[in-house]
Design a binder for this molecule. Structure first.
Ligand SMILES: Nc1ncnc2c1ncn2[C@@H]1O[C@H](COP(=O)(O)OP(=O)(O)OP(=O)(O)O)[C@@H](O)[C@H]1O
Ligand SMILES: [Mg+2]
Length: 258
């Protein structure tokens, strides 16, 4: 079983978009996917449009008994290949700093549950607080998301440091799997420059192709449907995510990463 934790230090760079895009591509490949929404904003939950929500990641982290996440698993609106552990605003209360043991609550709660899936995708909130630490402690791999802007290199560096800290303290199996660049506009020379800069700094981590800026992305997420449900431009975005997912999945399976 693989579990990718999608992280970034900054808000709004595309963690949720990448989580949803990877979920779509993985399901298309025939994998059984569980998305765990770890953000109190619950954007991934909205994007997956579950028909019913009973318990959430807030309840799961509060309880944290072995395997308790099973009670919160619900169907998504995307069909039988993608299930969800939804989030709710109350999850914010679980973001208070804890000790080393409290970072392992999610991992314990997912024990056994994750085995029913080929891939678990965890969408983290935009900070390195307690919830993100729980997400990283429960993952096999971390995927860093960044925009091709001025702080991209710095942000990726900090995220990778945070991954190393969690690995050393609570999850020795955790590996940084890749850096995904989102909102790329290839006509903007600054973006091309930042992409090259990231690639030079992290040749084995940078994932190509970058995800372009496309209005269909926002529209699909707002409608709670996969990108491919949205015509030709949605299919084009889906095809890009297929490549990104393929690259990450191959790396994870062959252990080619840092
Ligand atoms: N490549 C893109 N093209 C167009 N819009 C995008 C793209 N990526 C993300 N967006 C939009 O930008 C907004 C922020 O993206 P997203 O929610 O994925 O970021 P995030 O990192 O998860 O944010 P947060 O830190 O708040 O959780 C969303 O409305 C999303 O639809
Ligand atoms: Mg998000």
């Amino acid at each position: 079983m693989l579990a990718f934790t999608v992280v970034a230090l900054k808000g709004g760079v595309g963690k949720t978009t990448v989580t949803l895009g990877l979920a779509e591509s993985a399901a298309r490949r025939g994998l059984r996917v569980l998305v765990v929404d770890l953000d109190p904003q619950a954007n991934a939950t909205l994007g997956l449009d579950p028909p019913e929500v009973r318990f959430t990641t807030s309840d799961v982290l509060a309880d944290a008994r072995d395997g308790i996440a099973a009670d919160a698993v619900t169907r998504s609106g995307w069909g039988p290949s993608v299930d969800l552990v939804p989030a709710e605003p109350a999850l914010e209360h679980r973001n208070r700093p804890g000790d080393a043991a409290s970072a392992l609550r999610l991992r314990r709660a997912l024990r056994g549950v994750a085995d029913d899936y080929d891939l678990v995708l965890m969408d983290c909130p935009p900070s390195l607080g307690e919830i993100t630490r729980n997400g990283l402690a429960a993952g096999t791999h971390a995927v860093v998301v960044t925009e091709p802007g001025y702080f991209a290199l710095n942000g990726a560096e900090q995220a990778l440091e945070a991954i190393t800290v969690v690995r050393d303290n609570s999850n020795l199996r955790l590996r940084a799997l890749g850096i995904v660049v989102n909102r790329m506009r290839s006509t903007v020379s600054e973006h091309k420059y930042r992409l090259r800069e990231l690639e030079e700094a992290y040749p084995s981590l940078l994932v190509r192709p970058p995800i372009p800026e496309r209005s269909i992305i926002q529209r699909s997420e707002g409608a709670g449907v996969p990108f491919r449900a949205n015509g030709r431009s949605g299919a084009a975005v889906g095809a890009i995510f297929d490549k990104v997912f393929g690259e990450l999945y191959d790396r994870a399976q062959t252990g080619v990463n840092r």
